[in-house]
Design a protein around this ligand. Structure first.
Ligand code: HAM
Length: 434
């Protein structure tokens, strides 16, 4: 038997996936962000130059391949680099309204060790705001996941923010880190020794050495900021407060990608036993990336969340979105002669917006009633010879078990009224749910 690749999964009728997409789409309409879709694979160079030669994501986790013309291609490990490439290639810094506010939703690929909440193919929703250095944009970006989690009813989430400062502050910080780690290189893993030369900031992101005290006592970015960087961070905090967003300044957040400057943030779920998957989303400002990828100097900020992690957090908090509410009508027919009539009726009801299913295998009535229960159908429509001849249907309320005969012309109004009306049976509890 052929099995799915390690670290991937099948979605089988998890209605929350499409619901989340729809909810995010509506949210993005309200925030006035534009939908972007960029290719799932890009030239490998984009990620090497963009995401960074020293990040684990690029050095250890990409799916690289050569296409049939011997070009180096990579399945995207994240969405930011592709959006920035598109921004530059389509010259959106020219005539397009600036800042460009993009949102995206799609699969990303990282060759990681699979575990709970960590996949090799996973879905991200993300936003990127290109063309403003104002701290208001940083705060707005942070507000998006916070408000999403509020809408979903996730309560135990914590916003952690930090700042890496601008290029000058980062340089000062880098020197301080090198001075700090130099006498201790033999205590660090081999990867960290390489990181020391290339980008000592990455040492702080090491999964192997994460908990040793050397790491925990390392210099903090916040102590190396110049005035401009301090002001930017103060402004971000001010705007978060004015939106009533609670946050914690966590100096240990440096993020795993090379492109960040100034604000970095993560939102984590404070759910018992949630473990390593607790980071629901992360992002920050990346003022140098557009220029690094040969575009004009363009400040930018964004974030991305892992869809699977949100679903896991909903499970962990026992939040039921009540999306499995069954079909409105299930259509049955007594005989083959009424089958085409039933099919026409199903199409008509579907086009009028009623969630409708039909007997696909000419079952007997007993099996049809069972099937209607499995589909959690609110009504069962029965079509026999007499119904066809006299233009009516027999319709049974599957909760109250009451049957009625309804004229065909009146059926749409009838269903509309019944389905939008509270039913008074004991079974469906609709009164309690309000
Ligand atoms: P990231 O922190 O690498 O940032 O990923 C963002 C989110 O994607 C994580 O917080 C996590 O929820 C989810 N995620 C990452 N890897 C996996 C995985 N293997 N399995 C499941 N979920 C995962 C970025 O990707 C940046 N591009 C975010 C950004 C946008 N920064 C600025 N703009």
């Amino acid at each position: 038997m052929i099995q799915k690749p390690k670290g991937t999964y099948d979605v089988i009728n998890d209605k929350r996936v499409l619901y989340l997409h729809e909810l995010l789409k509506n949210m993005m309409e309200a925030y006035n962000y534009e939908y972007f879709r960029t290719p799932i694979f890009e030239a490998s160079e984009l990620f090497h130059r963009g995401v960074g030669e020293t990040s684990d994501i690029v050095t250890k986790e990409t799916y690289d391949f050569k296409d049939r013309s011997d070009r180096n291609m990579t399945l995207r490990p994240e969405g930011t680099a592709g959006i920035v490439r598109s921004f530059i290639e389509n010259k959106l810094y020219g005539n397009h309204a600036v800042p460009v506010k993009a949102w995206y939703f799609g699969p990303m690929f990282r060759y990681e060790r699979p575990q709970s909440g960590r996949f090799r193919e996973f879905y991200q929703f993300g936003v990127e705001v290109l063309g403003t250095s104002d701290a208001l944009a940083d705060a707005e970006v942070i507000s998006i996941p916070v408000n999403l989690f509020k809408l979903l009813g996730l309560k135990n989430v914590k916003v952690n923010i930090n700042t890496l400062g601008d290029t000058e502050s980062r340089l000062k910080y880098k020197e301080a880190l090198m001075e700090y780690f130099k006498p201790h290189l033999n205590e660090l893993c081999e990867d960290c020794n390489n990181r020391f030369e290339k980008n000592p900031l990455r040492i702080l992101d090491c999964k192997v050495d994460a908990n040793n005290t050397l790491m925990q006592n390392a210099p903090k970015t916040i102590d190396y900021l110049n005035e401009e960087s301090k002001k930017h961070f103060e402004d971000v905090k001010k705007y978060l407060t004015s939106m009533d967003i609670e946050y914690v300044v966590n100096p240990n957040i440096v993020r795993g990608l090379d492109y960040y400057t100034h604000t970095v943030f993560e939102v984590s779920a404070e759910i018992k036993d949630f473990g390593s998957q607790n980071v629901l989303c992360g992002g920050g400002r990346y003022d140098n990336l557009v220029a690094t990828l040969d575009g004009p100097e363009t400040p930018a900020v964004g974030f991305a969340l892992g869809v699977e992690r949100i679903l896991n957090a909903l499970d962990a908090e026992n939040i039921d979105l009540n999306l499995d509410n069954g079909v409105d009508t299930y259509i049955t027919y007594m005989d083959e002669a009424e089958k085409e009539y039933a099919l026409r009726l199903a199409t008509n009801l579907r086009l009028n917006g009623f969630k409708t299913d039909i007997d696909y295998c000419s079952r007997n009535m007993k099996s049809n009633f069972k099937q209607a229960d499995k589909l959690n159908s609110k009504f069962i429509i029965i079509i026999g010879e007499d119904e066809v001849k006299n233009n009516y249907v027999t319709i049974k309320n599957n909760h109250t078990q009451e049957s009625e005969q309804i004229e065909l012309d009146y059926l749409i109004y009838y269903l509309d009224e019944k389905l939008n009306d509270e039913c008074d049976c004991d079974e469906c509890h609709c009164h309690e749910e309000g």
